[in-house]
Design a binder for this molecule. Structure first.
Ligand SMILES: [Zn+2]
Length: 432
């Protein structure tokens, strides 16, 4: 079956079609910056490669004759004026930094997609009441300093510059020193907060980074909410004993207790799966056992537990069940357990009206879509705190992301960009 391209019929409007060739050319140009073995892309925030990608973006914005503004941390805004100089802006973007050995689409699709949408609008002299802006946020990934959504957190006023002072990368370089070396003094980080009145909406086009769209054969995902994690460290303490001399019924095996709990977490989360509202996912991603030798009963086991959902209620319910079960297992086995909360974040709902507009446009264009949550964090979750925010997902082949094999069909990138453009125009012209 031939896939429907953005240029296919069923267009009730006379809106222009984005230039997919130019879009892919620019995406690939960004994707070559920081490329290494087996196509792995590494552009850690404030590295030479990442700074280079931002320069290329500035160059592209200049070519498109957008008004460029770079704020104190390096977030780049490119603006196309609207007909009403007082109207708040419709903003769209994402990030250009990557994880270590990542792919070329996580982030850049949202930045270059927004740029392509706005330059198509400009070239075709489509007037919008609100100005349109493309934004590239600095440091969305936490890979270098352990701090995610750096640029958008500052714009949303969600982080105080002093909270950044202690961040250090794997080489021991302080974030504060990196900023100084770039001529960014902590003083410049104050007042980056954008006045919510200057914004009408924020859109982010992003690859799904999961397998759902591909599995159900849909090309567009409209995001309802961004899931947030609760993270725990659970430590079972039993007794390390000789594996040959200690009878089974006299053991205090901390690992067997952990195994029971791990299975419980899987079973419990599966009850909320797979697509239901309030879906919960739970992962034990790290397990440390002591003494950790073949001839000793494990006396101590430490598990990391990550539980995520877009429903704060479901997440809290599963967290309580896991804690209770850990205590029950410990009691039955006469060992002790400690449950430490590392982090507790609230899920972020996205804007219902923007979702409705995007849905309407999909219906008009006869594009089939899936209404879905986002399991991963994005800049949109910060922006949602100061302006109505929406996300459009496009499929990730085999669900792979943060990996050189990350891939999305160029036709899907084109379709997502076309949808982004049409939604931006409608939102920029309509009253909310
Ligand atoms: Zn991303």
């Amino acid at each position: 079956m031939k896939r429907m391209s953005p240029a296919a019929p069923h267009r009730p409007s006379t809106l222009p079609i984005i230039n997919q060739r130019r879009l892919m050319r620019d995406l690939n140009a960004i994707g070559r910056i920081g490329i290494g073995n087996r196509g792995a892309v590494t552009r850690l925030v404030f590295s030479v490669k990442e700074l280079r990608s931002r320069q290329v973006l500035i160059h592209l914005m200049r070519q498109a004759e957008l008004k460029i503004h770079i704020d104190g941390i390096g977030n780049i805004f490119g603006r196309l004026d609207g007909s009403d100089p007082k109207a708040p802006a419709v903003l769209a973007g994402s990030h250009l930094d990557t994880v270590i050995h990542g792919g070329k689409y996580d982030g850049p699709v949202g930045v270059i997609g927004a740029l392509e949408a706005i330059r198509t609008i400009r070239e075709n002299r489509i007037a919008t009441r609100s100005p349109l802006e493309v934004v590239c946020f600095v440091g969305e990934e936490s890979s270098r300093f352990g701090f995610s959504t750096l640029g958008s957190s500052l714009v949303a006023g969600e982080v105080h510059p002093r909270d950044l002072a202690n961040a250090v990368d794997a080489q021991g370089t302080k974030l504060a020193d990196v900023l100084l070396s770039l001529g960014i003094s902590p003083k410049r980080l104050r007042g980056l907060t954008r006045n919510p009145k200057s914004l009408k909406a924020y859109f982010e086009l992003h690859i799904e980074q999961g397998p759902i769209l591909e599995a159900i054969g849909k090309r567009i995902g409209l995001v309802t909410a961004i899931a947030a994690p609760s993270r725990f460290r659970i430590i079972f303490t039993g007794q390390a004993d000789h594996s040959g001399t200690t009878p089974m019924e006299m053991r205090k095996d901390a690992l067997v207790a952990s195994a029971q709990l791990i299975e419980f977490i899987e079973k419990t989360c599966r009850k909320f799966s797979p697509m239901a509202k309030g879906r919960v996912v739970g992962t034990v991603g790290a397990l440390k056992i002591e003494p950790g030798v073949i001839n000793a009963v494990p006396g101590r086991a430490e598990l990391s537990v990550d539980i995520r959902s877009t429903s704060a209620q479901s997440k809290a319910r599963v967290s309580r069940m896991v804690t209770k079960q850990a205590q029950q297992i410990a009691r039955k086995r006469a060992i002790s357990v400690e449950v430490l909360t590392i982090r507790e974040e609230d899920p972020v709902p996205l804007d219902k009206r923007l979702l409705r507009v995007t849905k309407e446009i999909c219906d008009e264009k006869q594009v089939v879509y899936e209404i879905m949550p986002s399991g991963a964090g994005h800049d949109a979750m910060q922006m949602a705190k100061i302006t109505p925010a929406a996300m459009i997902f496009i499929p990730s082949q085999r669900g792979i992301s943060h990996n050189p094999l990350e891939w999305t069909d160029p036709d899907d990138i084109g379709l997502g960009t076309q949808l982004l453009m049409e939604t931006m125009i409608r939102v920029a012209n309509e009253q909310f």
